[in-house]
Design a protein around this ligand. Structure first.
Ligand SMILES: *Cc1c(COP(=O)(O)O)cnc(C)c1O
Length: 350
C-alpha cells in the first residue's frame, strides 16, 4: 500500500521517562491520517504528531459521528514488536462505523497503516513489564456544514501513546440503579464517542459516593448487570465463570473479554455468557458462592473489583484470597509480552 511519509526532524522519545508513565498523556513522534471524500479513501499519510485544523462547523463536533478503537502493542525481549489481536479491533471498528452511518475503513489502511506507524515509532514501545504502546485508531466526520445528516467526508487517524499499568489499584464499583448506558436498538455495542459522554455524569455521581466507576444495568428492568465504563465484567462463582451475554447489542464486545473466556476455559472452568441479575449477585455474595469479580479491557487487561455497592448494600471482597483473576491476568500478560507461547495466534508481528 502506498503511504506518504513525512518524518519528524527530531524524535522526542529520549525526552520521556517511559517507566510508569500515566495513561494517555504522551504521544509518539508520528500519526497516521487518511481522508475519505467524494466516495473514496485518499492515500494515507504518516506525519509528525501535530494539532488538527478544523472548521468550527465540523460535523463531528456538532452531531457526534465519531468512533474509536483501543489496541496495544508490546516489545518482546528479543526486540521484536507485536500487536494484540488487531483484526478483531478492525472488524469491530467497521461495525461501529456502519452503525453510525460512516464509511468502512479498508483493511490495508487500518492494519498496514498501523503496522507501518508502529514500526516507525517502535522506540516508543516501553519494554518494561506491564508497559505497552496504546494504539488509538479513530474516525470522525469532516464536513463543515451545519445540518443533521451523515457527513460526506471523514478523517481516519491513528495515534500512539506509551503507557504503564492502568487502573492497577483494585476498584470500587457502584451498581447504577437509575442512569443507563445503552438500550436495545441503540449504539451500546459501538465504540462511539457519544457513549462515553453519556456515561460521565453517572460516573461523576458515583465518584462523589467514593466509587471509581459504575457498573451499568439494563435499561428496561434495571435488573441485569451489563458492563463498566470501558470494561466488560466477569463473576467467578463456585465452578462457573459468568459474563453478561451480547445478544441485546447493549454491551461492547471486548477483545479482552473474548480472550479471557478462552483462557478461563483452558483453565478448566465452565464459562457462561448469560444474563446475570443484581439479585443473583447479592444472594450469591451473601451465601459465599460469589468468589471473584473483575473487569476486562485493553487499557487495564484485568481490574480486580474489591467492592461492589448497590443502593445501601456493600459487597466487600478479600482480593488477597483470589486465585482465578490473578492467574488469568498473568497468563494474558505473558502471552502479550512474549513470555508464554502464543498458541492462539493472538499476536501480529510488526
Ligand atoms: C473498549 C471497551 C471495553 C473493552 O473492550 P476491549 O476490546 O477488551 O478493550 C468494554 N466496554 C466498553 C464500553 C469499552 O469501551
Amino acid at each position: 500500500m502506498n503511504i506518504r511519509v513525512t518524518l519528524t526532524e527530531k524524535s522526542r522519545a529520549q525526552e520521556l521517562n517511559m517507566q510508569n508513565i500515566p495513561f494517555g498523556k504522551h504521544f509518539s513522534d508520528h500519526m497516521l491520517i487518511a481522508i475519505y471524500e467524494n466516495g473514496q479513501w485518499g492515500t494515507p499519510e504518516i506525519k509528525p504528531f501535530q494539532p488538527l485544523s478544523l472548521s468550527p462547523a465540523n460535523a463531528a463536533i456538532h452531531y457526534g459521528q465519531s468512533i474509536f478503537e483501543g489496541i496495544k502493542a508490546y516489545r518482546h525481549a528479543d526486540g521484536s514488536s507485536h500487536i494484540f489481536r488487531p483484526y478483531d479491533n478492525y472488524r469491530r471498528f467497521n461495525a461501529s462505523a456502519a452503525r453510525l452511518q460512516m464509511p468502512a475503513v479498508p483493511e490495508d489502511i487500518f492494519i498496514e497503516g498501523m503496522r507501518r506507524l508502529i514500526d516507525l515509532d517502535r522506540n516508543w514501545i516501553p519494554g518494561f513489564a506491564d508497559h505497552s504502546l496504546y494504539v488509538r485508531p479513530f474516525m470522525f466526520a469532516m464536513d463543515d456544514t451545519i445540518g443533521v445528516k451523515p457527513s460526506e467526508s471523514y478523517a481516519f487517524m491513528i495515534i500512539l501513546s506509551p503507557t504503564g499499568p492502568y487502573y492497577a489499584a483494585p476498584m470500587k464499583i457502584y451498581v447504577e440503579e437509575y442512569f443507563v448506558r445503552a438500550v436495545p436498538g441503540g449504539i451500546g455495542f459501538a465504540k462511539a464517542a457519544g457513549n462515553y459522554a453519556a456515561a460521565m455524569h453517572a460516573t461523576a455521581e458515583a465518584k462523589k459516593k467514593g466509587y471509581d466507576q459504575v457498573l451499568w444495568m439494563d435499561a428496561i428492568e434495571h435488573k441485569y448487570v451489563q458492563e463498566c465504563g470501558t470494561m466488560n465484567v466477569f463473576f467467578i462463582f463456585e465452578g462457573e465463570a459468568v459474563t453478561p451475554d451480547l445478544k441485546e447489542g447493549t454491551i461492547l464486545a471486548g477483545v479482552t473479554r473474548d480472550s479471557v473466556i478462552e483462557v478461563l476455559q483452558d483453565m478448566g472452568l465452565k464459562v457462561s455468557e448469560r444474563p446475570i441479575s443484581i439479585d443473583e449477585i447479592i444472594s450469591s455474595y451473601q451465601s459465599g458462592k460469589l468468589k471473584e469479580v473483575f473487569g476486562t479491557g485493553t487499557a487495564a487487561t484485568i481490574s480486580l473489583i474489591r467492592e461492589l455497592g448497590y443502593k445501601d448494600i456493600k459487597m466487600d471482597f478479600d482480593i488477597k484470597q483470589w486465585e482465578i483473576a490473578p492467574r488469568v491476568k498473568q497468563l494474558l500478560s505473558d502471552i502479550r509480552e512474549g513470555k508464554a507461547a502464543d498458541t492462539k495466534k493472538w499476536l501480529f508481528k510488526v
